[in-house]
Design a binder for this molecule. Structure first.
Ligand code: NAI
Length: 420
């Protein structure tokens, strides 16, 4: 941080003085200045190791692509362990306020203590700016993988982020409330005791037309812009007709909207500039991803299915350590690594920084700084092609009988930056 170059914002955060916030236009598109302020949350566990690695690579790529005419002004915001230590609060109000003000930001993993109070910080963040689509582009960079010909994997998973069983409407087995809900179903709705026995727990799975359609529109726009061909609408619609079935039907209604006329087809061969929308049942998709991953370019699905599918897709290319992600709403976007805090290796300097670094590249693309993003993708491919990497990457190559050079988190980031 250049300390001469900051001023205090409402007496709290240190906002870089030469930077400017990204602006959200009325049509929800973003206006990015050449000197944007980008907030970042380091994250817990390995966060303090991978965040500086990401920043180093992103800064190098921006400098290389635009020769000083564009520059990111990074602004650290507190959340998680570091925030608790400094402020006594794991998610200070100020962090949420500035994230909103800045529109586009990036974060490392945040730990969710198991079995003790408080809502997941990730859930607070996702809901605070209504990041309704989680996007995980999964592609192979040259690392060791569990499947042959991993170059066949190039699929973007669009997971709906604001609906489904994640809304937390839950009734625990035998609790008083559960009996009330149960009685309602038995007495008023004619549901049988067999379906809802005395000792059952109940989780509610809401799914709405409005939330589904805005998510599907985002995925279709992305598919068209990125010249993708096949978009699969995935769900278990044959069993959960009122939710996942409805989701699939609403998706096909979106395809008929004037905006997509001539661009989205639902049968036949897509021509240049067109995408083909198909329906695939979830279990079929899980199987297809392993057997024939090249069949689909984009998967559009609900929250819970998206969770499973994106992890399976990530595993095909070596695990979440190699895959970036973005949480996107109406203009607002928060990019993040897909793995957790990896407390078991924290502080050892061996964490793989790729997921967060590639999320940084994805953020640059979102900002329209595509040349800088492309430099990062190429540099990562080069570094891995030379079999350089953190112990998990090097270990993967060794298991395939190939030699590899093991580097620390920061040295790997430097090796990537040298290849930008
Ligand atoms: P985890 O992803 O932290 O760790 C699983 C395994 O993968 C561990 O052996 C770890 O060492 C390894 N690993 C993960 N990231 C790595 C990296 N970059 N380089 C090398 N090895 C890596 O998953 P776990 O243990 O289930 O979760 C730990 C904590 O992280 C929990 O509190 C969980 O809630 C949180 N979490 C946060 C997420 C987020 O902030 N988006 C996402 C997933 C989990």
């Amino acid at each position: 941080m250049d300390w001469d170059n900051v001023y205090r914002w409402e007496g709290k955060a240190l906002i870089p003085q030469d930077g400017q916030f990204i602006r959200l236009r009325e049509d929800k598109s973003i206006e990015v200045p050449d000197n944007p302020i980008i907030p970042y949350i380091e994250g817990d566990g390995i966060g303090p190791e991978i965040a500086p690695a990401m920043i180093h690579v992103v800064n190098t790529a921006v400098e290389r692509a635009y020769g000083g005419s564009r520059k990111i002004y990074w602004l650290e915001l507190l959340a998680g362990d570091k925030a608790e230590e400094k402020t006594g609060n794991r998610m200070p109000e100020e962090t949420l306020e500035i994230l909103k003000q800045a529109i586009v930001s990036i974060k490392g993993p945040l730990g969710t203590p198991v079995g003790k109070g408080g809502k997941s910080l990730n859930a607070i963040l996702r809901q605070s700016m209504d990041f309704y689509s989680a996007i995980r582009p999964v592609y192979w960079l040259g690392q060791a993988t569990p499947i042959p010909n991993p170059e066949r994997v190039n699929v973007a998973v669009f997971r709906e982020n604001s609906d489904d069983v994640y809304m937390g409407i839950e009734y625990m087995p035998k609790a008083e409330n559960t009996q009330k809900v149960r009685e309602f179903f038995l007495r008023e709705m004619g549901v049988s005791e067999y379906a809802l026995p005395m000792d059952c727990g109940i989780t509610v799975k809401p799914m709405s037309e409005y939330k589904t359609k805005r998510h599907v529109r985002k995925a279709l726009r992305w598919a068209i812009e990125n010249k993708k061909k096949v978009v699969a609408i995935v769900g278990k619609g044959n069993i959960m007709k009122a939710t996942e079935g409805a989701f699939m039907n609403w998706a096909f209604e979106v395809a008929k909207e004037p905006e997509f006329e001539g661009k989205v087809i639902t049968e036949g061969e897509p021509k240049d500039g067109q995408v083909l929308m198909v329906k695939v049942i979830t279990d079929q998709m899980l199987m297809q991803l392993v057997l024939k991953p090249e069949a689909y370019d984009v998967i559009v699905t609900q929250n819970l299915n998206g969770d499973y599918i994106s992890d399976l897709a990530s595993a095909l290319v070596g695990g979440p350590g190699f895959v970036p992600s973005g949480n996107i709403g109406d203009g607002y976007a928060l990019f993040e690594s897909t793995h957790g805090t990896a407390y078991d290796i924290a502080g050892k300097g061996i964490a793989n920084p790729l997921s967060l670094t590639l999320s940084g590249a994805m953020m640059l693309e979102y900002m329209g700084w595509k040349d800088a993003a492309e430099l990062i993708y190429q540099a990562v491919r080069r570094a891995i092609g030379e079999r350089l990497g953190t112990p998990d990457i090097a270990g993967g190559f060794r298991r395939m009988g190939q030699q590899a050079k093991e580097l620390s988190t920061m040295d790997f980031a430097k090796a990537i930056a040298e290849r930008v």
